[in-house]
Design a protein around this ligand. Structure first.
Ligand code: SDX
Length: 428
């Protein structure tokens, strides 16, 4: 709370509203008593000026391109941490000791298997079902298997549900991929790391041993860190809104997966690589730049722009660096990467993109490296969902454990017909 007040004057009425201050970032005007005092709502479609909650998990400064998880900069976490350590950080208040990290990693590894009945679920899908459709269905169905941990008022239930969701997402995502290519499911091997286990379940086959490539394992683990959490983005807000009704965590995460799938959100990584492949060679870039600038053309540069970042997305910088490291290490030369670098260079020097502050976001480069590792584009958003489950679960826990938590229920500006009498058919 600050001693600052905002004075709202509507006609002859005036209302003093408290101004609240966080530990960093913009102050907020507390309008909770606005409707009760004035009979008026605020109006903010897309919530561009609205803080929906108080949170201590992730801070973003869009102007400065800053992203902190519990105060730690994303670049330092990507360089020095692991996805399991970052998951612990988001779920708790600080980085773990070695013993705490070992215990957390062991606990997660003990929940990697799915109920065998759930593996039958996949057979109900067509082989060409999009992995995100499968993820929505299978994750939503988890609540049918874990009635022993859906009492969200019980902290122990919340904890085991959180661990189950984080642990099972790699198994669910890998099985969606295996099902799509007609290969048998590969069960978890808990002697491997979280990310190594996922790589083996995805690319291993029962017919021969699978060696995890440490360069790929480290790069993918870093990609998971970059996607772990991101303040109150659309899918996280979906999880919070679903959770505010008391829905079980499995249903809430399934709602988040559904929202993430959209091409304006997590689906952009798949769309960005498809766009880069459509552009093909650098000489075709100017044509697509002009299309992106044409307001009459729905085409947008996928992987560019962001609601919050009006400077470079710090995750995109780490992603580009990781692409170079992996390609150098694997001796990969991908013309699509060259096209992406040139597209970025041209766009960042174009007045339209500079005026509208459109920079590459986390989705611009991720597809290039995921494709090089061997994932089909249809799996990209499933990988985003796998990683973001950590953030969704942490944000859900933060909301549910807030004693002041209430069901989310926005209002509206009604512009439909005013009251009128029903007309019988002969009078219409
Ligand atoms: C993610 O919120 C998060 O934190 C999300 C995320 C996370 O980690 O959870 O960071 C992950 O979703 C990243 C964003 C991935 N999406 C894309 O890459 C899709 C392409 N980008 C756009 O659709 C758009 O930039 C959004 C959706 C990301 C942001 O949209 P906004 O904030 O509503 O901005 P806007 O659509 O109002 O755009 C402002 C202007 C518009 O022009 P005018 O109407 O003012 O003339 O910029 C233009 C837009 O037309 N514009 C683009 C553009 N993005 C915005 N023009 C060309 N290409 C683009 N990519």
């Amino acid at each position: 709370m600050t001693d600052k007040q905002a004075k709202l004057e509507i006609g002859t009425d005036s209302l003093d509203l408290p101004v609240l201050q966080g530990s960093c970032g913009p102050d907020v005007v507390d309008i909770r008593k606005l409707y009760g005092s004035t009979g008026k709502f605020t109006f903010d479609p897309g919530y561009k000026s609205t803080a929906s909650c108080e949170s201590a998990l992730t801070f973003i400064d869009g102007e400065e391109g800053v992203l902190l998880h519990r105060g730690y900069p994303i670049g330092q976490l990507a360089e020095n941490s692991s996805f399991m350590e970052t998951a612990y950080l988001l779920l708790n208040n600080d980085l773990p000791s070695q013993g705490e990290l070992d215990d957390f990693t062991y606990t997660i590894s003990r929940h990697t298997m799915l109920h065998e009945q759930l593996m039958q679920f996949y057979r109900g899908f067509r082989r060409d079902a999009h992995p995100m459709a499968i993820m929505c269905g299978v994750v939503g169905a988890l609540s049918a298997f874990y009635h022993d941990s859906t009492d969200i008022s019980d902290p122990d239930h919340r904890k085991i549900s959180s661990h189950r969701l984080i642990a099972k997402m790699p198994t669910i995502a890998a099985a969606a991929y295996k099902y799509s290519i007609g290969q048998p499911f590969v069960y978890p091997d808990n002697s491997l790391s979280y990310t190594g286990n996922f790589l083996r379940m995805t690319f291993g086959v029962p017919a021969e041993p699978y060696e995890v490539n440490p360069v790929v394992e480290k790069a993918l683990d870093r990609i998971f860190i970059l996607h772990a959490d991101h303040e109150q983005n659309a899918s996280t807000s979906t999880v919070r809104l679903a959770g505010s009704s008391g829905a079980n965590p499995f249903a809430c995460i399934a709602a988040g997966i559904a929202c993430l799938w959209g091409p304006a959100h997590g689906g952009a990584n798949e769309a960005a690589l498809n766009m880069l492949k459509e552009i093909g060679t650098p000489d075709r870039i100017p044509h697509y730049i002009e299309r992106a600038k044409d307001r009459n053309d729905p085409f947008r540069l996928m992987g560019f722009g962001h609601r919050v970042y009006k400077n470079y997305d710090p995750r995109a910088a780490v992603m580009q660096k990781t692409v170079r490291e992996v390609f150098d290490s694997l001796g990969v030369k991908d013309p699509v990467f060259e096209t992406a670098l040139q597209l970025e260079e041209i766009a960042l020097n174009d007045d339209y993109f500079r005026e509208k502050k459109l920079f590459p976001n986390v989705d611009f480069y991720s597809g290039i490296i995921l494709s090089a590792i061997g994932f089909p584009t249809t799996m990209f958003t499933a990988l985003f969902a796998l990683a973001r489950t950590v953030g969704w679960v942490a944000q859900w826990n933060e909301m549910i454990s807030d004693p002041g938590q209430v069901i989310g229920r926005p209002r509206q500006l009604y512009t439909g017909p005013t009251e009128r009498d029903y007309l019988s058919m002969d009078k219409r």
